[in-house]
Ligand binder design. Structure first.
Ligand SMILES: Cc1ncc(C[n+]2csc(CCOP(=O)(O)OP(=O)(O)O)c2C)c(N)n1
Length: 387
C-alpha cells in the first residue's frame, strides 16, 4: 500500500480517562450507509508494528541491574518449578492435565515487568508461568497442582485454574478461547471504573480460530476498550501447526479486520517483549484502544504430559533451544559485568530450593474435605428458572 493510502489509526476515543461507552445508542454511527468508495486494498506490513529487530540494551529500555537480575530470577523460578512439576506428575502426585510453559518464560516475565501491578492479566490453561511471574508463591502453586487445600484455588482447580485476585491474575481457564471475552470484560471494567488500567488477555494460536476471539475483538474495538489481546503463538495448537489450521497464518493481520493495532513480537527475547508491551500498554491506556499482539514463542515440551510430540522434528526443537530466553538474558547480564556465572548459578540453586520446599509444603497440606466440594461454586438460587 502506498504511503498516501496508509490508514491512520482510528481516533474514536477521547484521550485519557473516558466515560463509559454508550452501548444503548447508535446515534454516532451512520445508519444503513455502506461505503461507496472502492476498497483501499489489503493491508501490507506498513500497517503493523514489528518488535522483532532486537538490539535493545537495559539502558535504552530504562531497566536497572536489579530489574535484570529480578527478571532472571523470575524466569528461572518458572522453569525449575515446572521441571519439578513434571517429575511430580510422573510420580502421580499430580493428576489430571499438566500443560507446561517451558520455553515461553520471556513472554510472562517481559509482560509483567512492563505492566502496572493492578493491570489485570488473564490466560488459558498454560498458566503456571504467568501466575508465578505475577507474584504467586511456589507453595500455593505446587499445592494447587497437588489438589491440596493450601493451593491458590483450595486444590479444587488444579493446574489449569491458578487464580490470584490480590495480584490481579484472573486465571487459569480450560476452555480454549473462553477467557478472551473475559479479558475484554476486564478492560471494560477498567474503563468503566476509570482505574486507568489495561487488561491483558493471553491465548494460544489455536484459540484465535475460535468465535470467542472474533466476537471479543469486535466488541473491544467497537467499545474502545483498553485491552491487549495477546496471542502466545507457540506454533502449535495441540499437535496441529498454525499453517495447517489457520487460513491466515500471519495472525497479527487479523487486527486489520477489527480496526485495531496489530503487532508482532519476538517472544524469545525478554527485552523485546518488555519494549513491545510497554509501548502497547501505554497506547491502550492513553487512547482506550485495543491491540492484537502476535507473540512468536515456542514451547519445548509437548502440549500436555501425554503428548508424544510426533508432529515436530528433533532438529526443529534443537534450533529453537538455541534461542532460549533464559540463556540469552544470562549472557547479557554476564557480558555487561553486572553479575557472573557463579552468582547467577547461585540464583538457580536458590530457586531450586524454593521449589523443593514447595513440594514439601504441598505434600504436607491436606486434601480439601469432601463436604466442601460444592463450596465456592457459582449457584443461582432460582435455577432452574425456565420451566
Ligand atoms: C472449546 C475447547 N475445544 C477443545 C479443547 C481441547 N483443547 C485443549 S487445548 C487445545 C489446543 C489449543 O491450542 P492453543 O490455543 O494454540 O494453545 P497452546 O496449548 O499452544 O498454548 C485443545 C483443542 C478445549 N479445551 N476447549
Amino acid at each position: 500500500m502506498a504511503n498516501e493510502t496508509k490508514k491512520a489509526p482510528r481516533k474514536r476515543a477521547a484521550k485519557g480517562k473516558s466515560t463509559p461507552p454508550d452501548t444503548t445508542s447508535d446515534a454516532k454511527k451512520p445508519n444503513g450507509q455502506l461505503p461507496t468508495e472502492p476498497p483501499k486494498g489489503t493491508p501490507d506490513d506498513a500497517d503493523f508494528r514489528f518488535y522483532t529487530k532486537g538490539g535493545h540494551t537495559h539502558e535504552s529500555l530504562g531497566l536497572s541491574e536489579d530489574d535484570l537480575v529480578g527478571m532472571y530470577r523470575s524466569m528461572m523460578l518458572q522453569r525449575r518449578f515446572e521441571e519439578r512439576a513434571a517429575q511430580m506428575y510422573g510420580r502421580q502426585k499430580i493428576s489430571g492435565f499438566l500443560h507446561l510453559y517451558i520455553g515461553q518464560e520471556a513472554v510472562s516475565t517481559g509482560t509483567v515487568q512492563a505492566l502496572q501491578p493492578a493491570d489485570p492479566i488473564i490466560t488459558a490453561y498454560r498458566d503456571h508461568g504467568l501466575g508465578l511471574a505475577r507474584g504467586m508463591t511456589a507453595n500455593e502453586c505446587m499445592a494447587e497442582l497437588f489438589g491440596k487445600i493450601d493451593g491458590s484455588s483450595r486444590g479444587k482447580g488444579g493446574s489449569m485454574h491458578f487464580f490470584d485476585v490480590e495480584h490481579h491474575f484472573y486465571g487459569g481457564h480450560g476452555i480454549v478461547g473462553g477467557q478472551i471475552p473475559v479479558a475484554v470484560g476486564l478492560g471494560f471494567a477498567a474503563k468503566y471504573k476509570e482505574t486507568g488500567n489495561v487488561a491483558v488477555g493471553f491465548f494460544g494460536d489455536g484459540a484465535i480460530n475460535q468465535g470467542a476471539f472474533h466476537e471479543a475483538a469486535n466488541l473491544a474495538s467497537l467499545y474502545d476498550i483498553p485491552v491487549l489481546l495477546c496471542c502466545e503463538n507457540n506454533a502449535y495448537g495441540m499437535g496441529t501447526s498454525v499453517e495447517r489450521s489457520t487460513a491466515q497464518p500471519e495472525l497479527y493481520k487479523k487486527a486489520y479486520a477489527y480496526d485495531m493495532t496489530g503487532a508482532v513480537v519476538n517472544g524469545m527475547d525478554v527485552f523485546e517483549v518488555y519494549y513491545a508491551m510497554s509501548e502497547l500498554a501505554k497506547q491502550a491506556r492513553e487512547q482506550n484502544r485495543p491491540a492484537l499482539v502476535d507473540i512468536r514463542t515456542y514451547r519445548y515440551r509437548g502440549h500436555s504430559m501425554s503428548d508424544p510430540q510426533k508432529y515436530r522434528t528433533k532438529e526443529e526443537m534443537e534450533s529453537k533451544k538455541n534461542e532460549d530466553p533464559i540463556i540469552r538474558l544470562k549472557s547479557y547480564i554476564v557480558d555487561q559485568g553486572f553479575s557472573d556465572n557463579e552468582a547467577l548459578d547461585g540464583i538457580d540453586e536458590e530457586v531450586k530450593q524454593v521449589v523443593l520446599e514447595s513440594v514439601e509444603f504441598a505434600e504436607n497440606s491436606p486434601f480439601p474435605p469432601v463436604e466442601t466440594m460444592y463450596e465456592d461454586v457459582y449457584v443461582q438460587d432460582d435455577y432452574p428458572f425456565i420451566v
